[in-house]
Design a protein around this ligand. Structure first.
Ligand code: ZN
Length: 138
């Protein structure tokens, strides 16, 4: 069995952002040389997500509005966690949007359903954050 590991780094200029990282993951798969297997992609930080959905700007605005309703960033004083930091909302948003995705690798390609794309979801940005890519197979 072959095994491939890589850390990708993202640094968003804004506190929150969604980035389509599908091309980055396709590049990793190419580098791995693996044709049949599984590809795991996970955020290595507890205030960021990796998730699969549609690359449609309206939907991304809907996610932003929905997450702000569920876990508004401000006022910071509403969260117990914010005695130490100001990012309680980011922890909560990350929990909702998820830590990782696993995509099947078939015939050297990511075996997506229709419209599926992989996104990095940043909820406490403006600094370097890492994403782990692990691919195993033959
Ligand atoms: Zn925190």
């Amino acid at each position: 069995m072959k095994s491939y590991r890589k850390e990708l780094v993202f640094h968003t200029p804004t506190r929150r952002a969604f980035i389509n990282i599908t091309p980055n993951i396709e590049q990793c798969l190419k580098e791995s040389g693996i044709k049949e297997g599984l590809c795991l992609v996970n955020a290595m930080h507890i205030t960021a997500s990796v998730f699969i959905n549609d690359d449609e700007p309206g939907l991304h605005r809907d996610f932003e509005k929905w997450l702000e309703k569920l876990a508004p960033e401000k006022p910071y004083s509403q969260y117990a966690h914010n005695g130490y930091e100001d990012n309680a909302d980011a922890h909560l948003k990350r929990s909702i949007m998820g830590r990782e995705v696993v995509v099947a690798v078939t015939d050297g390609k990511l075996d997506f359903g229709t419209w599926e794309q992989i996104f990095y979801g940043e909820f406490d940005g403006k600094r370097d954050k890492r994403v782990l890519v692990k691919i195993i197979g033959e």
